[in-house]
Design a protein around this ligand. Structure first.
Ligand code: SF4
Length: 243
């Protein structure tokens, strides 16, 4: 097939030198230290994918006392569940699993079917609301600020990300401490610092979410093309990051 490739996306080779990564790592720790100095209770929502592993590594190695949690939607890959346990063992930390309410899930399934998110945008939003947004809101209850691993380069919906945002939905400040990192810097950081890497990254998944809504991508696709692949790029958010 001319002009296209069937090759799966692959983890980029380390193309950034160690001194550059050292500078970015130091800057990241400074950003996190400033957040912790300003806010009493800071929490980090991690998916265990590459960007979030950068942030976890910085939080833990700099001993910043930021609570780390993950949204266990009930539809994750087994590899993600195992990655959470592996990360806890590697760093000697607890990662809180936040799960949806069983009654909310049952109501969704009754109305739309267990995989009803394939059938309409409305059902997809309803599923993400029950399995992600409500648990996120619960996980952030009582916090002053929260962190994400989002980056501008990840998607057309994220090109204007700032370090600091006001999360009006939850009435608190939200930080994206690696918003201005490149793909190459993320992968170089992970490789240079020997951070645990989610095994699905080696199988063509640059971005990892729930199992039924995430697929491997080709090398010439956008890095979030495998998330809700049946939708347009502009609709590839799940309600966690509404501005
Ligand atoms: S990503 Fe898919 S399975 Fe996961 S909560 Fe959203 S619609 Fe449901």
């Amino acid at each position: 097939m001319t002009g296209t490739t069937r090759e799966l996306w692959r983890v980029p080779e380390a193309s950034v030198d160690a001194s550059c990564i050292g500078e970015r790592a130091a800057e990241l720790v400074e950003r996190l230290q400033a957040i912790v100095a300003e806010f009493r209770d800071v929490r980090f929502a991690s998916s265990m994918a590459a960007e979030d592993m950068v942030v976890i590594d910085a939080i833990v190695t700099a001993r910043l006392g930021i609570t780390i949690f993950t949204l266990d939607t009930g539809r994750l890959h087994d590899e993600t569940v195992q990655m959470t346990a592996r990360t806890e063992a590697h760093y000697g930390v607890d990662i809180h699993r936040v799960r949806p309410q069983s009654q909310d899930v049952a109501s969704f399934v009754d109305q739309y079917g267990v995989n009803g998110f394939y059938d309409s945008e409305l059902a997809k939003k309803a599923c993400c609301h029950v399995r992600k947004v409500v648990p996120l809101n619960q996980a952030l209850h009582g916090a002053d600020a929260w962190l994400t691993g989002q980056r501008r380069q990840q998607a057309v919906t994220r090109t204007e990300l700032d370090l600091r945002e006001h999360d009006s939905e939850r009435g608190m400040t939200k930080f994206n401490p690696i918003h201005d990192w490149t793909d190459a810097q993320v992968w170089a950081y992970l490789q240079h610092r020997q951070v645990p890497i989610h095994p699905l990254h080696d199988r063509g998944y640059p971005s990892i979410g729930c199992e039924p809504c995430t697929r491997a991508i080709r090398a010439d696709e956008e890095i979030r093309a495998g998330r809700w692949w049946w939708l347009q790029q502009e609709n590839k958010e799940c309600g966690l990051h509404i501005k």
